[in-house]
Write a protein that binds this ligand. Structure first.
Ligand code: PAF
Length: 279
């Protein structure tokens, strides 16, 4: 497994593989790898001859007052976790390697970026789309693998790839959960043991809402009850929304393919989760 921090090193390795027509699967990450990330890598391993992972805590997707400075950086641990998984190359650029100081271009994916997390984290999805676009241009993968846990992020990336004719296949991988149901996330590391116990209510709220939706309860009532449930559990919810899974528009009773999206703060830690199902 090669670890490079310069674009030139990345391009040198990629050139050799491309010359021998080897397919490249790419997993972009911000590091602090947990079982959810490792599942993405395992999936990528099945999809191509070569697997490239990026580890880059992207400043442009963090808002003012968010956790960019304190975001966990565990590079050596991450490398150790990736070694046994058959990863070919880890790209760990610095901020200066990724962003020219006079860069003028931002990728905005309108509409799908605007609601839910986009409304609570202004500029977040522009930062994500821009860095993912740049990474796709650098790696030029045949296929890229993302977690379904960041459901809106995946929708933004799929839209960008379609709109900009990017020649990359996007694969979404199911959320990996702790035994308690809590979705794996690097931000779970911010939680105390007590908060971790409370945090399981996030997934419970999704399961209860799914049951209510399938029982025919009015969607607005389900959303209100879910918000109340989360508040009573100790969360400060940002949103709980029943959406159409293909375009994230607000669902009506006539829609069958649904995703329930939730984001809520526990203390200063913001957690997101979702479940997708067909009625
Ligand atoms: O999901 C993440 O870890 C990040 O948003 C991504 C896709 C690596 C872009 O920085």
């Amino acid at each position: 497994m090669v670890v490079v921090d310069k674009l030139s090193g990345l391009q040198q390795a990629l050139k050799t593989w491309r010359q021998s027509s080897q397919r490249i699967a790419f997993v972009p990450t911000m590091g602090n790898l947990h079982a959810g990330h490792l599942q993405l890598v395992t999936e990528a391993r099945q999809l191509a001859e070569r697997v490239v992972i990026s580890i880059f805590v992207n400043p442009s997707q963090f808002g003012v007052g968010e956790d960019y400075a304190s975001y966990p950086r565990t590079e050596q641990d991450d490398i150790d976790k990736l070694k046994p998984l058959g990863v070919d190359l880890v790209f760990m650029p610095s901020v200066a390697e990724m962003y020219l100081p006079d860069a003028k271009t931002t990728v905005l994916v309108n509409g799908i970026s605007d609601n839910y997390c986009g409304a609570f984290r202004p500029g977040h999805f522009a930062g994500v789309a821009t860095v993912v676009c740049k990474l796709f241009n650098m790696v030029q993968p045949d296929v890229a693998v993302f977690g379904l846990k960041d459901f809106q992020q995946l929708a933004v990336i799929r839209t960008m790839v379609k709109d900009l004719n990017m020649p990359v296949q996007i694969v979404g991988v199911d959320t990996v959960r702790e035994a308690s149901g809590l979705a794996m996330s690097s931000r779970n590391g911010y939680l105390s043991d007590g908060q971790k116990a409370v945090a399981t209510s996030l997934y419970q709220s999704l399961l209860a809402a799914k049951t209510a939706v399938l029982a025919g309860v009015d969607y607005e009532d389900v959303e209100q009850q879910s918000l109340l449930f989360l508040q009573q559990a100790g969360f400060q919810p940002d949103y709980f929304s029943i959406c159409r899974s293909h375009d994230l528009a607000k669902a009506t009773a006539a829609d069958n393919d649904l995703v329930l999206l939730v984001a809520a703060k526990l203390g200063s830690t913001r957690l997101i989760d979702n479940i997708c199902f067909t009625k």
